[in-house]
Design a protein around this ligand. Structure first.
Ligand code: ARG
Length: 465
């Protein structure tokens, strides 16, 4: 790790324009909240290593006492911002070791016995990533919780479901929100799975071949809460596939964020008018007084590209490295830290924003009457009366054309007009052609019937725990 990267980045925040001032406000709180600052990973790894060295009699018990005392001081200096980082000392590891030695003397110089910066940095990154995954999982849970709350509230609110961005069939807004609940659930699963491969201990691999001291790697792994040790020393110090895997989970999550963002932007457009999001997530225009721009979703959509870029950086960084450690790997920090910051900040903002979404049910209803959204219901009605589905499909196609010509939605045609397309149509057809009828009839697990959405909400709450 390099000194210039020691601070947790401000994530979303850069530049001077007004919207970013809002983000400084929103994000600075997040950065301050993060429990795991990056250099602390290095100190934790060192302490576990020192305890093992003392337990194995490789250093004296008194040295361990000194190291623990000195590291507590170093740690406090870093947290309070008093620590003086020196670029001349090359990286975070050497900065900390030098300061430790200045405080406690020879014990500080004994800390590096039986290890190398190669296994040290690999351990640091894994510690940092494991803790970041734990943070991210908490944030995903909060965000999914906000989505379920919204789904619960709008479980029976009809909106047009789209295919090809054209009105397709009625769904409920709650159902739509639960689709995202599922996507972010799979994202969480990916992080949980990736965590297993992250939480393996490289320490003990030393520079590349292992060490001549009688170390106890299992003990260090246990101290750090890792699930086991890396089996092969060359692999332990050289591969960063776990970091790539993590960033790829970040990229997939951001892809889902971006899809939702795109919808929020569209729904916020006065042309569509399906939702409002709270003012603090929007800005006005410096020139057009009437504007309320959905900046947060737009920025999130933009941030997605950034995380994809970090994934590409890491893949490319790794692709031609011969075994074992190469200095190329120092370049893994910036993309990784940036991916973590972007994802954690985005999730926090989105959990907050989801709670502030208000739905314009009237506009959704109006949109539903413009796209022949119950055409499939009419086809199903005819099929249930014995007409083969293909013929029903064709008959309804003609009915839609007639409705279009008359300038009405399907329920705007009279029974007589409808019967021109099939004599099977009777008076009961109108209950099928209403939005409420259409919704209620999709009454199975995974369907959009309000009763099913309510049941799905209950299951979702249970799954969230
Ligand atoms: N600063 C390096 C990194 O971030 C760790 C030191 C690597 N070892 C070395 N011999 N240069 O990966």
């Amino acid at each position: 790790m390099t000194p210039k990267l020691r601070q947790s980045g401000k994530g979303w925040v850069a530049g001077k324009c007004r919207i970013l001032v809002i983000f400084v406000r929103i994000c600075s709180k997040f950065v301050a909240d993060l429990p795991h600052s990056r250099p602390q990973s290095d100190i934790r790894g060192s302490l576990a290593h020192a305890r093992m060295l003392a337990k194995q009699g490789i250093i004296a018990a008194a040295d361990l006492v000194d190291i623990e005392r000195g590291m507590a001081i170093v740690s406090a200096e870093i947290e309070s911002g008093q620590f003086e980082w020196s670029l001349d000392l090359e990286d975070v590891h050497l900065n900390i070791e030098k300061r430790l030695t200045a405080i406690v003397g020879d014990a500080g110089k004994r800390l590096h016995t039986g290890r190398s910066r190669n296994d040290q940095v690999a351990t640091d990154i894994r510690l940092y990533l494991r803790d970041s995954i734990d943070d991210i999982l908490v944030l995903i849970k909060a965000f999914r919780g906000a989505l379920v709350d919204l789904a619960d509230k709008e479980a029976a609110t009809p909106m047009p479901g789209f295919t090809h961005l054209q009105v397709a069939q009625p769904v409920t807004f709650g159902h739509h929100m639960l689709a995202y609940f599922e996507m972010f659930g799979r994202d969480a699963e990916r992080f949980v799975d990736c965590r297993k491969r992250v939480a393996r201990l490289p320490l003990g691999a030393a520079a590349l071949a292992g060490t001549t001291y009688p170390i106890d790697r299992e003990f260090v792994a246990e101290q750090l809460g890792f699930e086991g040790v890396c089996e092969n020393s060359l692999d332990a110090v050289s591969d960063r596939d776990f970091a790539i895997e993590f960033t790829s989970a970040c990229a997939l999550l951001m892809m889902h964020v971006s899809r939702l963002s795109e919808e929020l932007v569209m729904w916020m457009s006065p042309r569509v008018g399906f939702i409002q999001i709270a003012d603090r997530f929007c800005t006005g225009s410096s020139i057009m007084p009437q504007k309320k721009n959905p900046d947060v979703p737009e920025l999130a959509r933009g941030k997605t590209g950034r995380v994809y870029g970090q994934l590409m950086s890491l893949l490319t960084l790794m692709k031609s490295q011969p075994l074992a450690y190469n200095k190329d790997n120092q370049e893994d920090k910036e993309p990784l830290f940036d991916a973590v910051d972007t994802v954690t900040d985005t999730l926090r903002i989105f959990a907050d924003m989801a709670g502030g979404i208000t739905v314009r049910a009237d506009n959704m209803k109006a949109a539903l009457t413009q796209g022949f959204a119950t055409a499939t219901d009419l086809a199903d009605y005819l099929t249930k009366k014995g007409l083969p589905f293909r013929d029903a499909h064709e008959a309804v196609g003609h009915a839609v054309k007639a409705a279009e010509f008359k300038g009405v939605d399907l329920p705007g045609l009279t029974l007589e007009e409808l019967r021109q397309f099939s004599p099977l149509i009777e008076n009961d057809v109108f209950s099928v052609l209403t939005v409420e009828g259409s919704l209620a009839s999709r009454n199975h697990i995974g369907g959009t019937a309000p009763a099913q959405v309510k049941a799905a909400v209950a299951r979702a709450r249970q799954r969230l725990g």
